[in-house]
Design a binder for this molecule. Sequence first.
Ligand code: PLP
Length: 392
Amino acid sequence: MAVRNPRMKKLETNYLFPEINLRKHDFLSRNPHAQLISLGIGDTTEPIPPYITQALTDGASRLGTRAGYTGYGSEQGLPALRKIITEQFYPNRINHDEVFISDGTKCDLGRLQALFGSDVSIAVQNPTYPVYVDGSLIHGVSNIVYMPSNPENNFFPDLEKIPRTDLIYFCSPNNPTGAAATKNQLEKLIAFAKTNHSVIIYDAAYANYIKDPLLPKSIYEIEGAREVAIELGSFSKMAGFTGVRLGWSVVPDELTYDDGFPIRKDWGRVHSTIFNGASNIAQAGGCAVLEEEGLKEIAVLIEYYLENAKILRSTMEELGYEIYGGINAPFLWVRFSGKSSWHSFQDFLDKYHIITTPGLGFGVEGEHFLRLAAFSHRENILLAVKRLRPIR
Ligand code: PLP
């Protein structure tokens, strides 16, 4: 028999969603007719709009013809898609050779971690999207620094108190807090990374939810980022591609390891060795997302979820809840001082029949918070806010 990779044992049992399910089933056994509303899971709910769906369909149909059939493509991704991503998101900042198409940000994170090996030290925000830590543990990383990010520091770590690490994971707009970093904060982060010779892995999976024109949508809007940052982008939440699977990474030429070797070269090698490129159908859809018609469609989609967030946020504010996020992000982060996050979770379930996510699942700094996701049908959001209002 093969021996289990000891690194797998280091992963904490993922108790969060199983425990949520357990509590949900327990609740339903006591209340079999209750109509539960889920504001818990961060998955999209609305259909992919028609222009983009047609491009996916056409992409699939072409494969059924001799003239249109394609097999393996460029491991780095369709040149047309890399070009349109560059024009849309990084005009005059990034060259399309620095863009790598993938099957999504989560998958990119796992492969990126392979680039740096097990001896690296990493820093993550606390609370954090769990994949940065769990993926690193699978790769044997043990030196992990947690950077508290809470309302008291505007969800931006006090960098003077943070030790140097090789990698810094930073997510903006943030899952779970919904905070979007300001230009000034990113300038500090870049200066910190430069001083310490650290590489920032900037997760911009929710960048398209930023509506405030003063907030940067990409770290490359900040001077000096090309020398210190890798950026990850995703079609998942921007176009409803969570199931289609499509994303990208940007690794600028200037970014090197400590011996001066370009990281981009190794990244290309990883892509061709353990990936082989994203689905050609998904890439056909991705091109359509970034064409004029597709951009109009996704603007409507994103506006829909942001309006959901606004409805939740304004009602809860009016009711006196302490709320963060939900303006330039599809997540609301709600504080319940003095109450554990599981206690608040249970309250929401028992009183309002609403499923949320306990903040503790994202790290100890999440202990007194709940995360509410705005990915839901509008009728559920309206029903949820109706339930939250006290009966007069
Ligand atoms: N990054 C963050 C912060 C996320 O919240 C998610 C999905 O929930 C992902 C990445 C994964 O994105 P993808 O679907 O592109 O793998």
